[in-house]
Design a protein around this ligand. Sequence first.
Ligand code: SF4
Length: 290
Amino acid sequence: MQTTSTNSAEPSSPALDRQSLRPDCGKCFALCCTAFGFARSADFALDKPPGSPCQNLAPDFSCTIHDSLRPRGFRGCTVFDCFGAGQNLSQGLFAGKSWLENPETKDEMFSAFKAARQLHEMLWYLAEAQTRTFDPDTSRRAVQLRNRIEHAVCGELPELLSLDIQDLHSQVRSTLMDVSAEVRASYFAAGDDHLESALKPGADLMGKSLRSRQLCGADLRGAYLIGADLRGSDFSGVDLLGADFRDARLERADLSKALYLTQPQLNAARGSRATLLPSDLKMPSHWHNG
Ligand code: SF4
């Protein structure tokens, strides 16, 4: 991750390279496989208490069933993404010393990871907000927030653990919504009135057919798109912040200019090589045969 040594605003700061917010599991102490707790479900085949290693975790922090997670009932593991928090914390604040080597750091490391993961996700969104806005004031706000967050995740552990994440989250959300309004205003959604009234934040579009639609400029923040048929649709300028894409059909959809799309959303969906993605997101491996 690019880091800054100050939390002051630098309006001319270059946009954050989102590649630094991609997970690098080889440099992480399997924090996602230990810190969180899971109840047995369709996404995770066993009960796992928080703060304990998953029974499929090897001593070298690799997953012993990595190549067969989905067929063995661990689909949730293929969807999760830490936005680079795992390796940043393992190699940064904890200086390459794992919870196995230093068991006394375990509780703090897992608590720090839960906080850092949320902060890294905010960085992902802020990086996009900074590049999509044409408003210098909004860009400056995005940079200020980004600097504060980078300072927290790369600074001292007590600072990170005592951070008011909810307050920060509210400020980030406000900035993201301003950029969303600005971006969406440059698009004109084409289509019938009935469809336009259904396209709103938090909309329940589960299982609906929105196939080959021009959804450009819609606000689908927090929408439920579970199992929806979105094949061949155009998502240019569509706000997808927190939209639920589980099992949504995205074959041939154009998501290359969608707003606030994340890797976990794609990982949860179904798509194919013909799905157009933003350049800093990867086609999920389970799409390869789609
Ligand atoms: S199944 Fe594998 S990837 Fe999932 S939590 Fe367990 S060790 Fe980690």
